[in-house]
Design a binder for this molecule. Sequence first.
Ligand SMILES: Cc1cc2nc3c(=O)[nH]c(=O)nc-3n(C[C@H](O)[C@H](O)[C@H](O)COP(=O)(O)OP(=O)(O)OC[C@H]3O[C@@H](n4cnc5c(N)ncnc54)[C@H](O)[C@@H]3O)c2cc1C
Length: 413
Amino acid sequence: MKFDTVIIGGGLAGLACGIRLQNRGFKCAIVSAGQSALHFSSGSFDLLNELPDGTAVANPEEAVRSLDPKHPYAKIGDQFAFYAQEAKQLLLDSGVEVQGDSKQNSYRITPMGTTMPTWLTLADFTCLKNATDVIGKKILLVNIAGFLDFNTKFIADAFEGNGAACKIVSVSLPEFEKLRQSPTEMRSANIARILENENTLHALASRLNEQASSCDVIALPAVFGLSSPAPLQTLKRQIPTPVCIVPTMPPSVPGIRTQKRLRRVFELAGGFYMLGDSATTAETGDGKVYAISTVNHGDIALRANHFVLASGSFFSNGLWASMDGVREPVFGADVDFDPNRNNWYNASVFEPQRYRTFGVATDERFRIKINGKVQDNVYAIGSVLSGFDALQEGCGAGVSLLTALYVADQLKK
Ligand SMILES: Cc1cc2nc3c(=O)[nH]c(=O)nc-3n(C[C@H](O)[C@H](O)[C@H](O)COP(=O)(O)OP(=O)(O)OC[C@H]3O[C@@H](n4cnc5c(N)ncnc54)[C@H](O)[C@@H]3O)c2cc1C
């Protein structure tokens, strides 16, 4: 099988790159082993919240100039602001409604009820201008009875710590009875499936309206809309009180919706998405890659002019760590890591962890190297890259989106 570009990994980076390339007239295939980090998403996309030295960032467009040259954003250089805007536009054009600005971080609510800076937040979620926006608000904090991945007590403590007053209630509807028989079934995605039904939404709205008379805001778990924002819009139309959606523990309903939406847009643009297949090995020579093999396609190799590695970090198996090193399993690409294993981690779990900055080494155009030799037609994007700590710096989605679009624009047919 021959394509213009084969992308390995169909998470945020792989899909953004694939959509951009399809729109530029390329014929692309995405090979994707399984779930991506989007399935665990907070509902917000971070661009840059903190510099590696711990300095808080208010304006990512300004702060990016202080980053080390090895950081992926430093390779994008002066085009950072342009690609941040393009990335937001790609989400909007794909039907992923987001709010936020790359010149000014806003705040999102975490599953623990605390606030954190962020760049773009899905339109369903509450995006705060300041962490203290909840001061003086009377919040009705509602859970679905038996749903354990939404800890109302922690959330109420955090809201109250920021100056709000909370009342916790739990709502029970007959439609959830079957799920409640097994705690393992009482998960966000299953609840969201039940809440696709208009009658159930109507029953929920009636219950909420009965309780909401003296509150300013109703806070609900993010269990609405696996395929579209419609269920939440329907619910909101039936409730006069403002509604604030708070993320749950994984799986993330809005993250799954984003993944499904981006995949659909890629396929509608003519892209070929191979879900559940894994790239295994590559045919290389003369500083190029000619083809890759996958588990499902056996001896039918996938050939392409360009390959893009978007296989994620350790979490998604894009990087493998062993006792003596870190490796990238498909191409055997060079990886930036510290050979002294004692330096990989900090015993204090809340401190920055060195291993999180390990990843595939690339040249200034994001081309991978094998045994020190740059591969002319293979690029790496997203969280498989080295040079940043997505968690500490709060830049995970930004690196994935911006490197994806930057690389897509470098490729020539
Ligand atoms: C649990 C978790 C939660 C996060 N939440 C947020 C958040 O809320 N906001 C934020 O800004 N950032 C978040 N991040 C940071 C995150 O890394 C980025 O936001 C971004 O989604 C990563 O996208 P990616 O496409 O680079 O990698 P991934 O999402 O990891 O996708 C890589 C994909 O490649 C596939 N793959 C791997 N190997 C192969 C192979 N050999 N063949 C085929 N496919 C393969 C994997 O199955 C996976 O689907 C989170 C990260 C994690 C780990």
